[in-house]
Design a binder for this molecule. Structure first.
Ligand code: AMP
Length: 302
């Protein structure tokens, strides 16, 4: 089952205690699409500028990623700069330049419109809703990610978009910011009133937590001795999570739990190198081997 994604395709400037890059290919939809394509075909909606070269587009080639919905426009590609603190869990945004995204009016190619699995990756909530509205019929599963930038600047638009999605997938500080609740379980109750029936909280090195009406499920982050760059970990998590659900075609409790593990597996690979460097060379066999490792990591007898 193919998976539709809209979100940023970007150039990032990244700084972490492990190094610095001035211009790396990134963007929420890029990380998501690459991660999800290991599980299922992906239809990508986004926009890039004239500075986005054929070499940049190589990241999508040879994978199950349809880029018919990736528009090229006059102007510059979305640019983001961020710096990670010593603990890698906290980051400071140094620059966000929307560039071609500021005027983007997405138009879904005809073959994208029957999408049943949709991921609204991090981008302006109005754009996310616009894409959702162009899909024919009700999707089986629509999930959304966002970040402080949009929670602060476009809160009303975000709340409107949230009414139409099933799963909200954000990090812990965004959960607290959106709900005005410090406790994540209480935050989930607030968020359920906004529309989504499931909340997935990404907690960096502490793993991830899924809350729905059936209860709570947690996965750890894969313990890594030398994480390098957390950029895109959340989007890669989302790619593994949604990719698995679209591939298995259902949202049973067991599938959601497995999706959490595949999310954590893809997130763990993303942080091993700067930018997309690790995902670029990742093999399917490595994904399944790490998933088995996860099972061992969390198994115990009572
Ligand atoms: P993550 O580390 O998973 O939260 O995602 C990082 C990616 O999000 C980077 O590659 C950025 O290009 C992209 N990004 C940063 N800020 C924004 C924003 N305000 N809207 C959309 N994408 C963004």
């Amino acid at each position: 089952m193919s998976l539709l994604v809209v979100g940023s395709v970007a150039f990032d400037a990244l700084e972490s205690p492990y190094g610095k890059v001035d211009r790396a290919l990134g963007g929420a939809a890029t990380y998501f699409a690459v991660a999800a394509s290991f599980f299922t075909p992906v239809n990508l909606v986004g926009i890039v500028g004239e500075d986005f070269t054929e070499e940049d587009a190589e990241i999508f080639r040879g994978r199950r990623i349809d880029t018919a919905g990736l528009e090229r426009a006059a102007g510059k590609t979305f640019f983001w700069a961020g710096r990670y603190l010593e603990n890698l869990n906290e980051r400071v945004t140094l620059a966000t330049e929307l560039n071609v995204f500021a005027e983007f009016k997405p138009r879904l190619p005809e073959n994208y419109r029957s999408a049943k699995y949709i991921f609204l990756a991090n981008i302006a909530p109005d754009l996310q809703r616009d894409v959702l509205q162009q899909v024919n019929g009700k999707p089986k599963l629509a999930a959304l990610d966002t970040m402080n930038y949009w929670i602060e600047r476009t809160n009303a638009e975000l709340r409107e978009t949230l009414k139409h999605v099933d799963i909200l997938m954000i990090n812990d500080s965004e959960t607290r910011q959106l709900s005005n609740e410090h406790n994540l379980l209480r935050a989930a109750k607030h968020i359920f009133k906004m529309g989504p029936s499931t909340l997935v909280v990404k907690r960096g090195e502490y793993g991830a937590m899924l809350v729905d009406k059936r209860g709570v499920f947690c996965v750890p982050a894969f313990p890594l001795e030398e994480p390098h760059d957390p950029t895109g970990a959340g989007d890669s998590f989302a790619g593994g999570f949604m990719g698995h659900l679209a591939a298995c075609g259902n949202k049973s409790d067991a599938s959601l739990r497995r999706a959490m593990v595949y999310g954590s597996v893809l997130g763990s690979f993303a942080v091993e190198r700067f930018g997309l460097d690790r995902l670029r060379h990742l093999k399917r066999g490595e994904i399944y081997a790490r998933a088995r490792h996860f099972a061992k990591l969390t198994q115990f007898k009572l």
